[in-house]
Design a protein around this ligand. Sequence first.
Ligand SMILES: Nc1ncnc2c1ncn2[C@@H]1O[C@H](COP(=O)(O)OP(=O)(O)OP(=O)(O)O)[C@@H](O)[C@H]1O
Length: 220
Amino acid sequence: METSPHRPHADRQTVPRLKVENLAVARGGRPVLSGVNFLLSGGEALVVTGRNGVGKSTLLRAIAGLLPHSGGTVALEGAGEDQELAQATHYLAHADGMKAALTVRENLDFWGNYLGRAEDRRSRPVAEALAAVGLSHALDAPFGALSAGQKRRAALARLLVAFRPLWLLDEPLTALDRGSREKFAAAMRAHCALGGLIVAATHEPLGLEEAGELALGAPQ
Ligand SMILES: Nc1ncnc2c1ncn2[C@@H]1O[C@H](COP(=O)(O)OP(=O)(O)OP(=O)(O)O)[C@@H](O)[C@H]1O
């Protein structure tokens, strides 16, 4: 599957490139993906579509290095000196990765420090990240007391508190209302404008008109 997404304005000085070549992945001993090819450069987004069970989450997990490849290669070039793909990636799946008893601020402070926010000037302060997802009012609320959509917004703010060039997003819009979706679309556009890359699996429009599409076939 080949695709060449549209390329909006990005910081061209250190343009990272995600190169996926002839990728094949099996699950439970059964081939799920084969012959997946695409090239994504800093500033670009790719939306992965396809029916339930076709392998969208499998593709994201394989790119993140969480599933072995039965063939092909995944390489992130130019993300930073000696930077491994894992250190250059935010992988957002269904779990929120937050502690219920800690406040939203405490959770995001933890993640920002753990993920090395000080290492990149594009990392955003916690208050700014929460404003970007419309959750400023919940800064000091325990994470466990948030609604499903608010929890998702806090998880999305985690992407912003420590800049990492590659975002792998699995159904990022789950539980978000319309206003939150628009805010997150703006955050994704801002990430691309900073030279970031986004690969997102979704059944719903992300609000990124310039994104390329990788339509996985062979419905299960
Ligand atoms: N842990 C597992 N062990 C074996 N097979 C699995 C496992 N997880 C997923 N699969 C299989 O891999 C295939 C791809 O699953 P995947 O979750 O990647 O699909 P998807 O396109 O993301 O689906 P959805 O739209 O429902 O989220 C499916 O046929 C599924 O049954």
